[in-house]
Structures are given as structure tokens and as C-alpha cells.
Design a protein around this ligand. Sequence first.
Ligand SMILES: NC(=O)c1ccc[n+]([C@@H]2O[C@H](COP(=O)([O-])OP(=O)(O)OC[C@H]3O[C@@H](n4cnc5c(N)ncnc54)[C@H](OP(=O)(O)O)[C@@H]3O)[C@@H](O)[C@H]2O)c1
Length: 327
Amino acid sequence: MRKYNWGVLGTGNIARKFCHSLHLLENAVLYAVGSRDQERADDFARDFNMHHAYGSYEDLVSDSSVDIIYIATPHTYHLENTLLCLRHGKHVICEKPLSINAKEVRQMTDEARVRGLLFMEALWPPFQPSYIKAREIIESGEAGKVLHMRGKFGFNTEYDPEKRTYNLGLGGGAVLDIGIYPVMDILQFMGVPDDVEAWSDISPTGADRSTAMMFRFNDGRMAEAYCSFNVPTGISTEINCENCNIILERSREMGQKLYVDFHGREPEVMMFTPSGMGYQFEAAEVMRCLDKGLTESQVVPHSFSHNLIEVLDLVRSRAGIIYPGHD
Ligand SMILES: NC(=O)c1ccc[n+]([C@@H]2O[C@H](COP(=O)([O-])OP(=O)(O)OC[C@H]3O[C@@H](n4cnc5c(N)ncnc54)[C@H](OP(=O)(O)O)[C@@H]3O)[C@@H](O)[C@H]2O)c1
């Protein structure tokens, strides 16, 4: 079994969760971390028993033993950080959203393609057991055509104009942070919509606090998505098919429930509680691709990330969400 040396760029909330998951994979070596601050890097490396702690991102990417870098900085830094890693010959998995708009995402995928390096958006849900089960049911044909979907992702978070959630300079706003998930579900199970409408409640910083989205397909099908930083809707996506209704329900701790209700049968409820924090599946996908010599995941290929950010660009333009310097 080939082992890969992982580097982690950024030491925030999700970087810690990701490393708890990475620990579960035998072929992953938690090798090095890079932070803007040496002390934060030292603390992080100590907590995860890593070999190296670097006080700058440049030092991390300059370590020739690092194979793959996981980028866990705020959205507005993903482009710069990804280009830095790729230009130092590193394979990259970058947190969602890949960047603020489609133009920036294309720059990232172009760079990876030209350099022949693996690049993937860290979209964890498609790799979760509950999602795979839902996909199996739909792809088997048993469920019939997906006719409609409704997804929501909402929780209460304090309004703080400085924090990542509301700070436009860090990519703040509900759509890019959490609305991306129900939109991703719709693209995964229904494809790319032909028309989009959206409305936002915009906070004083300009970041959207809540956004409602409607999607229309030329064959008459429709879908809805909602996200919010101040309405605790929970996290679920309902998929209405010709022969059944499926509900994917996720807790923020990654426990997942799948309801499958075939017309005329007893509804089934399946519980999935993956060990760790559940991020190991996307990390395993990166290493599986590298083992096979692939530079893109077939589950989350570059084309999927392009479609996703293009739809999010449309949502933002309809709802009036603007990131100065990024349009
Ligand atoms: N997949 C998921 O489930 C999930 C969940 C949460 C967040 N995310 C994504 O992960 C990314 C990071 O989110 P997070 O919640 O981990 O954020 P966070 O806790 O604020 O951490 C971000 C880290 O980025 C680094 N950073 C670089 N420039 C920065 C700047 N100007 N301001 C603040 N931090 C800066 C910092 O690390 P150093 O100071 O050590 O350099 C910081 O600790 C976002 O893109 C978000 O969408 C994904």
C-alpha cells in the first residue's frame, strides 16, 4: 500500500476536524502543517502528532516530502493558496466553495490540469454512506425519475461582522458557506438547472444571512433550496421521485439518516454513523485517485465544480450578493 504525506494549510475549525478523520486512514501520514503563525502551527502539529510545523504557507509547500495539501482557509484565500500549492508540485484538495466565482475556479482547475496534478473540491456529502445508498436507489431505476427536490441548511449563528460567516472579505455569507450543499444535492441528483431565481436577506456587512433559491428545468421539473445563519432549519434534502420519496437528513456531527418511502410499501429508515468526523471518505478518494494515476475524482470532477460555482454565481446575481473585487 502506497502511503501519502499530507500537509494541512490553515489551522482553523475544519482543519482540526479533517485531521481527526485523516487519522483513520492507514495510507495517510499526517505529515506537516502550515500556519501564518509558528505557535499555532506548533500547537496543531503537537495535537495531531505531525512531523513538521511550519510558520508560513510557503515553508509548507517548499517541503519536498509533502505529497498532498488540504487547504482549509477562508474562501477568499483558496485561489491564492491553491496556486501556491500547485506551483510547488503538490496535489490539492481544497475546501468548498473552491473560490468566490466561476472565473477564479477555472483558473484553479486550469493550473492543475496544465501541471498534471490532482485537484478536488472538498465536498464531503457525495462520499458518505447515506448518500451512496440514495444514489444506488436512484441509479438502479427502481425509484423512477427524480421529479422535484427541496434542500435546506440552516442554523443559528451570532452576528459578528468580523467573523468568517459575516465578513465579506473572508467570503462571508450563507449561500457560499452552507447553501452550496443543497445546491450541490440538486446538481448531483437532477443535473444543471436551466433557470434560477433567488432572494436574500442581506446583513449590514453585505453578506447574505438567508437565501431562498428556486431552480427550473426545461422539461418542467423544479427544485428549491434554502440556507440561513439565523433560522435553525436543520440539514436535510428531500428527493421526490416517480416511485418514492427519499429524505437525506444530516446532523452537523455527521450522523446521517436516510428515509426511503416507496409508494405502497412500509417506509424504511436507515441510520449511518461513520466513525471519526466523516471527512475520511473524501481524503480516501484523493488517495484512491492518485493510486490509479487520476488527476480528477469521477465523483467530484472539475466539471462538477464548474457547474456548481456557475449556478452559485447565478444565485448571487439574482439575489444581489456582491463580493467586492471578485466580480
Ligand atoms: N467541509 C465542511 O464541512 C466545512 C465546514 C466548515 C468550514 N468549511 C470550509 O473551510 C474553510 C475554512 O473554514 P473554518 O470554519 O475552518 O474557518 P476558520 O476556523 O476561521 O479557519 C480558517 C483558517 O484559515 C487561516 N487563514 C488564512 N488567512 C486568514 C484570514 N485572513 N483570516 C482568518 N483566517 C485565515 C487561519 O489559519 P492560520 O492562522 O493557522 O494560518 C485560520 O485558522 C472555509 O472555506 C469553509 O467554507 C468546510
